[in-house]
Write a protein that binds this ligand. Structure first.
Ligand code: NAD
Length: 303
């Protein structure tokens, strides 16, 4: 049994931390939202009143937060985790925060005598619930070795990619592809609908044809076909449009730095940005299909 802290008890954090509770670890959690704290409590997480309290005797501190800015806020500063974790303990950050932020947090962790592993995940809420996530790790071998026995309880494919930042590098590239295929699935589904194709028939055929992708298969954006897709649950997240937009922003900014154009990712990013500006940022990313459908309605087009 280990003492574990879990900061960020949202769509992913709750099901992921619940696996550690089930495996017999003592998990202290913290989130700024009462609804999140309540959900974690229901899964056996001992909820703390602050980050400092949650991490004080933790061997491994997991963070699962929206962005690099939030992770930095939670880890650094006088009330942050780095200042209150026991020396020799390690942070496993499962959030998607980009390469530079991961490397910067890795250096700052060292100054406090603690470790930092970038450990972003792929597989969505379903993967979090099934403990079938893929985790791509970046960091020092000894830190990775300390975090891995716990990480093995929340994922099924775990790879130490390389030094600090390399996990994020993998994730940024993967999510550029996922964001593009999600946008393509939404556009194609709107077209199929407009052509009068039955959504179930459309789905079944594409699944056995060359248009298939992970995003299409798991997060089909028309309701009532894939029971586990957020589209079949009122487009409640899941994976919010604002988070996918953030990932595409990370990918295009990284590509720019390395003189790669990434034009398709840039187009997908613009589509998700427009959906967010229209007020759909907190809906699941499959709701892009609703936004595109409304945008492309014949009456709207003729205005
Ligand atoms: P989420 O918004 O549901 O959860 C984040 C949680 O962090 C929220 O409950 C929020 O209240 C909490 N939080 C914010 N500021 C905080 C603070 N200062 N202290 C403590 N808690 C704070 O997001 P999510 O969907 O769980 O995603 C989390 C991360 O995982 C993101 O970086 C996302 O890109 C990545 N990710 C998400 C999915 C997915 O399918 N949802 C899949 C892979 C990766």
């Amino acid at each position: 049994m280990n003492n574990v802290a879990w900061i960020g008890l949202g769509h992913m954090g709750v099901p992921m931390s619940a696996h550690l509770v089930k495996a017999g670890h003592k998990v202290r959690g913290f989130d700024i939202e009462e609804s999140a704290r309540e959900a974690a409590r229901a899964h056996g997480v001992e909820v703390s009143g602050s980050v400092a309290e949650a991490v004080r005797d933790a061997e491994v501190v997991f963070t699962m937060l929206q962005s690099g800015v939030v992770v930095e806020e939670v880890l650094t500063g006088p009330d942050g985790a780095f200042a209150h974790m026991p020396k020799g303990s390690v942070v496993a950050d499962c959030s998607t925060i980009g390469i530079d932020m991961a490397r910067s947090l890795h250096s700052r962790a060292k100054e406090h005598g603690v470790g930092f592993v970038d450990a972003p995940v792929s597989g969505g809420v379903q993967g979090a619930e099934d403990a079938s996530l893929t985790l791509m790790l970046g960091g020092d071998a000894d830190d990775v070795a300390r975090a891995t026995p716990l990480i093995e309880q929340i994922g099924s494919y775990i790879v130490h990619v390389g030094p600090s930042g390399d996990g994020q590098a993998m994730k940024v590239v993967n999510n550029a592809m996922m964001g593009i295929s999600m946008a393509a699935s939404c556009e194609a589904s709107v077209l199929a609908q407009r052509l009068g194709l039955d959504p179930q028939v459309f789905y079944d055929i594409v699944l056995r044809s060359s248009g298939d992708s992970w995003a299409f298969r798991n997060w089909f954006p028309l309701p009532g076909v894939v029971p586990t897709s957020p589209s079949s649950h009122g487009y409640e997240p899941g994976f919010m449009i604002d988070l996918l937009h953030k990932d595409l922003r990370l990918a295009t900014a990284t590509a720019e730095e390395f003189d790669v154009r990434l034009d398709t990712a840039r187009t997908a990013m613009r589509l998700f940005a427009a959906a967010s500006a229209a007020g759909a940022g907190k809906r699941d990313c499959t709701a892009l299909a609703l936004e595109l459908g409304a945008r492309d309605e014949p009456e709207a087009a003729s205005v």
